[in-house]
Design a protein around this ligand. Structure first.
Ligand code: PHE
Length: 332
């Protein structure tokens, strides 16, 4: 089952990742696609990038697919994308890789970003997203501790997928004290540094004590149930759709936990890949643009202070101002 949700094309063609996983029900798949499409609208707007919000979900059956079945599914999905004739453009997300984008593009080009470099794409988006999260972490550390470097700070990273693993490596290289969790038995193999790190059981990472908590797995981890048990100063991670409901932003604030809004923090992959492939950016330009996430987050924190808003509300307001203004005038 393919579900494509288009939330807005006000700033440009709707563009978002394709998530491929099994859902408990079709309703769950549909609400995930719709929430994530809305998050993409805010992500592009907050990043001042001329694209609109959309997301695709390939809802898998609960029984695993054979490799041939999986390839067939991706090809049919590519044909479906082509039939949409540009009303939705895509890249990778949870459950899809740049090798998968190669297959989808066989029938879905040109509406597919993030193919492998061998096939002319910009490759996977995970390390770009991690670069942006790292910039956000520097802003958070600057605000909380007076020093941008995470050196010596304890960070719990939830999820060691393509973003989480890359973030862990960056944090370790910067001298942070990292612990991580991932339910997959093969996750440690993705981390060149794992032997030196503490691994936390997945059900404990939400109450592990740390300076920073970086959710880099699935969404809705911050809720009325989990927020009271958090033992961290800040939440700053890559997962999409981290707040289970809007009230969670105030719950975090009331606990004195600094929340870095997900759609500001996690824009790096989408911005870099789409910038390189659709706007012809060099890698150096993409790095500069992704690093701007740190400054955008500073502006969000300053606006929240000034206006007495939650950081989530301040970030939404920034995005809504851009949406009202229409397409970026900054020459992109
Ligand atoms: N998974 C990315 C995100 O959630 C989506 C994306 C990746 C879009 C690559 C375009 C290109 O932001």
């Amino acid at each position: 089952m393919f579900l494509v949700a288009v939330h807005s094309s006000r700033l440009g063609p709707a563009t978002g990742g394709t998530r491929m996983m099994a859902y408990p029900s079709l309703d769950d798949a549909r609400s995930d696609a719709m929430r994530l499409a809305g998050a993409m609208t805010y992500k592009w707007a907050a990043a001042d990038f001329p694209r609109g919000g959309g997301k695709a979900v390939i809802a898998l059956p609960s029984a695993p697919l054979t490799p041939a079945e999986r390839t067939g599914l991706l090809r049919r999905y590519g044909t479906f994308l082509r039939e949409l004739s540009g009303r939705f453009w895509t890249g990778g997300d949870v459950g899809t890789s740049s090798a998968d984008m190669d297959v989808i593009a066989e029938s879905g080009a040109p509406y597919v970003f993030s193919r492998t470099p061998e096939r002319g794409g910009a490759g996977g988006s995970g390390s770009w997203t991690a670069r942006g999260v790292f910039a956000a972490i520097e802003t958070v550390c600057g605000r909380l501790f007076g020093e941008a470097s995470p050196r010596g700070r304890s960070v719990v990273v939830q999820g060691a997928g393509s973003v989480g693993a890359s973030l862990i490596e960056r944090l370790v290289a910067a001298g942070a004290r990292v612990s991580w969790s991932d339910p997959s038995p093969t996750a440690a193999a993705r981390l060149s540094v794992h032997a030196a790190l503490a691994r936390v059981a997945p059900d404990r990472c939400l109450d592990a004590e740390a300076d920073l908590f970086a959710p880099c797995a699935l969404g809705r981890v911050l809720s009325a149930e989990t927020i009271p048990g958090l033992r961290t100063r800040a939440v700053v991670g890559a997962a999409n759709d981290q707040l289970a409901e809007p009230e969670d932003a105030a719950r975090l604030r009331d606990r004195g936990i600094l929340y870095a809004p997900d759609f500001v923090v996690n824009a790096g992959g989408a911005v870099a890949i789409t910038g390189i492939e659709a706007l012809g950016w060099s890698a150096a330009r993409a790095e500069r643009e992704v690093d701007r996430i740190g400054e955008t987050l500073s502006r969000v924190f300053a606006a929240a202070d000034r206006e007495g808003l939650t950081t989530e509300a301040a970030a939404r307001r920034l995005a809504e101002e851009r949406l009202r203004a229409g397409r970026s005038q900054e020459g992109r």
